[in-house]
Design a protein around this ligand. Structure first.
Ligand SMILES: Cc1ncc(C[n+]2csc(CCOP(=O)(O)OP(=O)(O)O)c2C)c(N)n1
Length: 598
């Protein structure tokens, strides 16, 4: 029987009750010669992590985390040594995004904590639940300048939802519970706990216990808001949904699919909303969010009502799709809308997104909407034809490989429930617009902080959380070498995925943008090591296909193997500027067809 793959957060509630641990550290803590418990604050903290259902802690050890590391070794939780704290934080970040449960990363004080920062910020801005734990020096040295001592709590303040040092041993259960509760509550994000080395070492009584995680039911939107939204929908002819990552996080995609198919409403996903509705669905208009006016804008411009669902402004600014600020908008989310000139909703339906959509579907099944039929279908066809136009010519042995061409091959070979994790660069733009996604969390893109270096550690998280899933991490040469050291972590863990490196010897996206604005680029050229030999030096099988047919062969073998493999492709970046030219021509007056529906 085919193994069921969990494709989204497993929470029906915020902060869902975790799997009970079968093992408790407190049972294994020995007593000292006087019969007193040698259970320390570090043991208590680890017991709290077990209670939260934590399976892995990713990090880099330091002297000041010694107590925590030994307590972890006595527990059911596996500590995974990483090669850089940023890698550890990115693994925790993507773990949180894929599972809905906070990923946990650990670093020592000072440089360990500063290295962790980018991954923590990424989780926070991408709304992924993450709990970071860092060590600190003892209280006897915090009042003056001392070795590796910086104010870590202050440093984490702007990149976390909540952040605190542990000031007394008895509050450990509260602090850990609060860190997990807030990280996992909508909208999720990062929290941080600091534990001083002297406190970690202190003994605690055996009857101090972790707090029990309790589910928090998400509240429903006000009935009157639902009715008002339905009224707006009934008076529209061409409504369109913009689905953000929130539509995936809270298991709303099933209801969204029903709404779209049942009422024939087109859905456009943001980069982080990809897969909220399958791109095989006739209502999907794939993705919006590139910096230039793409085909999908034709449908957005022609729509007379926009429903945003779990849309996150940090990901994609509304002035990009609503330049005149005059689109009627219904905002459907957990939180009220940001105040923003180009995003001034006529109505806000604030509450559980899945519940709101369920209410919509219930009402509309009795009395369906009367909408203009198929007004957006020409746009869908144009988008799909455009993607197909990048197919590589496998018959001619022409050596040219482009990123969108390679993506078409990956899409053909990767199963529908496979996972593509994107790094940040020009390839991300292509992945967003040219990689159809068929399930929620079928394509992970960091688009809040949008930090380079996330894809390789992210694939480690994917392979640990969903070991039977086919996974590809797609990266540029720049982003790959930012965290390439984590290949060793992946190899040691024996996790399986395909690391795909698109090599253009350049920080490609930056030269693309510079070329667009100034006609030339500077400060972007790179030279690279032999990536194949580099991977092989870790004991990893690697390929360097020279033409499209060899690329197909390499992808087929690598994806089917479910093993850790690397494929380096030299890519021709000329498609980047050609795309901008093509779209510019398309939008020239008189060049394109009339906007859909008019
Ligand atoms: C950590 C970080 N540093 C810098 C940037 C700015 N930046 C965005 S894309 C990019 C270039 C990416 O180059 P590469 O990884 O080779 O991918 P390509 O654009 O060639 O596909 C840079 C430098 C960033 N997003 N993140």
């Amino acid at each position: 029987m085919k193994e069921q793959i969990s494709l989204g957060p497993v929470v029906g509630t915020d902060n869902g009750t975790p799997t009970p641990s079968t093992h408790s550290t407190s049972q294994t803590i020995p007593s000292n010669e006087f019969g007193e418990s040698s259970r320390t604050v570090a043991h208590l903290l680890v017991e709290c992590l077990e209670k939260e259902g934590v399976r892995y802690v990713f990090g880099v050890p330091g002297e000041e985390t010694e107590d925590l590391l030994f307590a972890l070794a006595d527990s059911a939780i596996r500590f995974v040594p990483c090669r850089h704290e940023q890698g550890a934080a990115f693994i925790a970040d993507v773990w949180g995004r894929l599972t809905g449960k906070a990923g946990v990363c650990l670093a020592t004080l000072g440089p360990g904590a500063t290295n962790l920062l980018t991954g923590v910020a990424d989780a926070n801005l991408d709304k992924a639940p993450l709990v970071a734990i860092t060590a600190q020096g003892g209280l006897d040295r915090l009042h003056h300048e001392s070795h590796q001592r910086i104010d870590v709590v202050r440093m984490f303040e702007p990149v976390t939802k909540w952040n605190s040092a542990v000031y007394a041993s008895e509050v450990v259960p509260e602090v850990v519970r609060k860190a997990f509760k807030l990280a996992q509550l909508e909208k999720p994000g990062a929290t941080h706990i600091e534990l001083g080395e002297d406190l970690a070492h202190q003994h605690v009584p055996t009857d101090w216990m972790p707090m029990e995680p309790r589910p928090v039911r998400r509240s429903r939107a006000d009935e009157r808001a639902i009715d008002a939204a339905l009224e707006l929908l009934r008076s529209a002819c061409r409504p369109l949904v913009i689905a953000g990552n929130g539509a995936i996080r809270v298991r709303a995609s099933e209801q969204l699919g029903r709404l779209a198919a049942g009422q024939d409403i087109p859905v456009v996903a943001t980069f982080m909303g990809k897969g909220a509705v399958s791109d095989r669905s006739a209502q999907s208009l794939l993705c919006i969010g590139t910096g230039f006016k793409d085909f999908v804008r034709e449908a957005v411009d022609a729509a007379d009502l926009i429903l945003t669902i779990g849309y996150d402004i940090a990901e994609y600014a509304p002035d990009r799709w609503n330049p005149d600020g005059n689109k009627p908008i219904v905002h459907i989310d957990f939180r009220q809308a940001e105040v923003y000139t180009h995003y001034d909703p006529a109505l806000e339906v604030v509450g559980d997104i899945a519940a709101t959509l369920t209410d919509f579907n219930r009402s509309l099944s009795d009395k369906p909407l009367k909408l203009e039929s198929g007004w957006y279908q020409s746009v869908r066809r144009r988008i799909l034809d455009d993607i197909a136009s990048y197919d590589l010519d496998e018959k001619k042995n022409a050596p040219t490989i482009t990123v969108p061409g390679a993506l078409n091959l990956i899409r053909q070979i990767l199963p529908d429930d496979g996972l593509l994790i994107s790094d940040v660069g020009s390839h991300k733009i292509w992945i967003a617009r040219n990689f159809p996604t068929y399930c929620p969390n079928g394509c992970i893109i960091s688009n809040g902080l949008a930090s380079m270096g996330i894809a390789l550690p992210g694939a480690i998280a994917g392979a640990l959380a969903q070991p039977r899933r086919a996974i590809v991490a797609a990266m540029g040469d720049g982003g790959f070498l930012m965290n390439a050291q984590e290949l060793e972590t992946a190899k040691r863990l024996d996790v399986g995925f395909t690391a795909m490196v698109f090599n253009d010897n350049d920080y490609g996206l930056i030269s693309w943008k510079q070329e667009m604005s100034r006609g030339r680029s500077i400060g972007t050229r790179l030279s690279n090591p032999d990536f194949k030999a580099f991977a092989e030096s870790f004991g990893i099988l690697a390929y360097r296909p020279q033409n499209p047919a060899e690329l197909r062969q390499a992808l087929t073998e690598s994806i089917a193997s479910r093993q850790l493999r690397l494929i380096e492709v030299i890519v021709d970046p000329s498609v980047n500027l050609e795309l901008v030219k093509k779209l510019k021509n398309y939008w020239q007056p008189g060049q394109n067809t009339a906007p859909a529906g008019q």
